[in-house]
Design a protein around this ligand. Structure first.
Ligand SMILES: Cc1cc2nc3c(=O)[nH]c(=O)nc-3n(C[C@H](O)[C@H](O)[C@H](O)COP(=O)(O)O)c2cc1C
Length: 202
């Protein structure tokens, strides 16, 4: 039997992304997000328009989408309730957010230079996607403070151990263990549950 409910969110389980952008003073920001999906080499990011990251993206038009594996959950969690905005917006401060100047250090992650864009990559993340902003769309109404940011992936860095042993430009789904945000909790993926006809065709 099903029951009709009135949920506040529908975060049904998506990979966490650590998005690095450049702050106004040229330092690097690093923010967890998980409302992201992909069409070929395009990424679509759901972001709050009042985050520092969104302001950085709108101004700089560049970012790196760093994908943490499941073993980096603690590092991601250290960035929860932090912001690069100083002073912290009143409504975020009321939620317990605090300003952190160096979010890479806070997370225990290492910033390394990117090749195409100016924001740095997070070394420990096995997948790092350098990206440029192609378009920004508003989402919902003015009181939602939400936007979709469409980015074009311009360079893909992948840890060697994730690559398929035969097809060197393919990430092996058996080897990639994304960190999943399922509603507001962290999970990993289980094993493959069924053969995929689509995977055979591609
Ligand atoms: C696991 C996790 C997932 C999150 N997902 C999103 C998201 O998809 N979109 C978003 O706008 N904020 C998301 N947030 C909240 C941002 O990280 C938060 O707004 C943060 O303040 C952004 O940092 P900034 O203000 O320095 O940009 C998420 C936070 C966590 C911990």
């Amino acid at each position: 039997m099903h029951t009709v409910i009135d949920p506040k969110i529908l975060y049904l389980g998506t990979p966490v992304v650590l998005i690095s952008t450049l702050n106004l003073d040229g330092s690097a920001n690093l923010a967890p997000m998980s409302s992201a999906w992909w069409l070929d080499l395009t990424g679509v990011l759901g972001l709050g328009t009042r985050s520092y990251t969104f302001a950085n993206l709108r101004r700089e038009r560049e970012c790196v989408l760093n994908l943490p594996s499941v073993d980096l959950a603690a590092a991601v969690d250290r960035l929860a309730l932090t912001t690069g905005a100083n002073p912290v917006l009143a409504w975020k401060a009321a939620m317990g957010y605090r300003y952190v100047r160096d979010k890479f250090r806070e997370a225990g992650l290492t910033a390394v230079a990117s090749e195409v864009v100016r924001p740095p990559r997070a070394l420990e993340c096995p997948i790092q996607l350098e990206a440029s902003v192609r378009a920004i769309y508003s989402v919902g109404d003015a009181t939602d403070f939400s936007a979709c940011v469409e980015v074009k992936i311009v360079r893909v860095h992948v840890a060697e151990e994730l690559l398929d042993s035969e097809f060197r430009h393919h990430i092996s789904p058996d080897r990639w263990r994304p960190l999943i945000m399922n509603f507001l909790s962290f999970y990993g993926l289980g094993e493959q549950v069924h053969p995929s006809r689509l995977a055979e065709v591609f």
